[in-house]
Design a protein around this ligand. Structure first.
Ligand SMILES: Cc1cc2nc3c(=O)[nH]c(=O)nc-3n(C[C@H](O)[C@H](O)[C@H](O)COP(=O)(O)OP(=O)(O)OC[C@H]3O[C@@H](n4cnc5c(N)ncnc54)[C@H](O)[C@@H]3O)c2cc1C
Length: 384
């Protein structure tokens, strides 16, 4: 049996978020970018709609929703405000990591705040000399008595300057390479933690930056999962974030396409609406079709995850092509809207800048192609 329909509950949730995105997010999407403000009040409002805690179990204040439902949220919020999709994607990733691997105390203390939007969480893996090659991180956490002493520098971290806590990866056994990495929950106000923001091309409201750890004393209960198993236990979460990133980009691009369809129906050249020229309509059709194909691959990947089935290559294909096709679609929308879309009066230029960021964040095209190659060709032919 094969069934592509969403449940009644999922359709209701989609409609509710679609209305919210149109009425409350879209009108101010460009404002937060211009003012360089992280709209915490909207982050909390989304929590009130159940968005921030979708992957948090009910006992910790979340809704315990499935991955497909979480994907619906990423797509619909992406239509209104791309940057607020981090409340879906980043929170889902961190909620799963904490739920599946953190101690009972950490779950009790932090998950309810993640779900109710009071606290913002980041994930800190990348370093100045280690991005795609994540096993090359240099940060260390040395076990001393009942504490770990954390030192290192993380770069390119989303929500760096507004987060209340980070899931941080550091080497607890540097001699074991990527088999010696552990994950920790690090409150941002621990002594020795410092953050600084970047002047980014896009995702401005998300306040990306660097996080520094100088002799940070971390209570050992803040270790997530087993020591030295940080990559093995926690990395599976990226298969979820990659699928959600695809959908949030597709949401943003679909909104640009819908707005552009309205424009080409209204705007005339040589006495006829632009929409009557096949060079215009076929271009929109091409981008719409590419987005539809990746969208359904994303929902298939989320469904596989909900069934407990393998979905790494599906997640990587969505992470590779979702942001790529989305930025190509938005670029075309700018051209079809003419010179006015080149101004900051229209949202397309910001959507383009925002989406490009996630062609890099959470793994580049090549990083994802490496995952797919490993699976379909074989580990022994893994590219180096
Ligand atoms: C918007 C945004 C948000 C981000 N948020 C976070 C975050 O929250 N937390 C976090 O930890 N990090 C975050 N990052 C960092 C991101 O994950 C890294 O930038 C990414 O993994 C790539 O690493 P790098 O920048 O060091 O590039 P590099 O690894 O130096 O790669 C540079 C180029 O070389 C290519 N390349 C590298 N190795 C290979 C290879 N073996 N084969 C072929 N090509 C290769 C890459 O694909 C890329 O094109 C974010 C980045 C952005 C842009």
């Amino acid at each position: 049996m094969i069934n592509f329909s969403f449940s009644e509950e999922q359709e209701y949730f989609r409609k509710m978020l679609k209305d919210f995105a149109r009425e409350e997010l879209l009108p101010n999407y460009t404002k937060w970018d211009r003012e360089k403000v992280f709209p915490k009040h909207l982050w909390k409002k989304l929590a009130g709609l159940g968005v921030n805690g979708l992957r948090v179990p009910v006992e910790y204040g979340g809704s315990g929703a499935d991955c497909v439902t979480t994907g619906i949220a990423a797509e619909e919020i992406g239509r209104g405000d791309f940057n607020l999709t981090y409340a879906v994607m980043l929170n889902a990733l961190i909620a799963e990591i904490l739920t599946n691997h953190a101690s009972g105390e950490i779950k009790q203390e932090w998950l309810p705040h993640l779900a109710n939007g009071e606290k913002v969480f980041g994930i800190a893996l990348t370093e100045p000399a280690a991005g795609t090659d994540a096993g090359g991180i240099k940060s260390t956490a040395v076990h001393k008595g009942n504490k770990y002493i954390l030192n290192g520098e993380k770069s390119g971290i989303s929500v760096a300057t507004v987060a209340d806590a980070f899931v941080v990866f550091a080497k607890t056994a540097p001699e074991l390479g990527n088999r010696g990495v552990s994950a920790f929950l690090i409150p941002a106000d621990l002594p020795g933690v410092e953050c600084s923001g970047y002047e980014d091309l896009g995702n401005i409201a998300i306040s990306r930056g660097s996080v520094y750890f100088n002799d940070v004393e971390v209570p050992e209960e803040y270790l997530i999962g087993t020591e030295n198993k940080g990559f093995a236990t926690v990395m599976n979460g990226f298969d979820l974030s990659r699928l959600l990133i695809g959908l949030q980009c597709i949401g943003a691009a679909s909104q640009s396409i819908d707005e552009t369809i309205e424009h080409v129906k209204m705007r005339h050249s040589f006495g006829k609406p632009l929409a009557t020229y096949q060079a215009v309509s076929f271009s929109l059709v091409t981008h719409y079709t590419q987005l539809e194909l990746v969208k359904w691959q994303a929902y298939r990947g989320l469904w596989l995850r909900d069934q407990g089935l393998k979905h790494s290559k599906e997640a990587s294909s969505v992470k590779w092509l979702g942001p790529k096709y989305s930025q190509e679609a938005i670029h075309e929308c700018i051209l079809l809207n003419g010179h006015y879309a080149y101004t900051k009066e229209m949202p397309h230029e910001q959507r383009l800048r925002d989406v490009i960021g996630l062609e890099i964040g959470d793994g580049t095209a090549q990083a994802n192609q490496i995952v797919i190659a490993k699976e379909i060709i074989g580990k022994e032919y893994r590219s180096c």
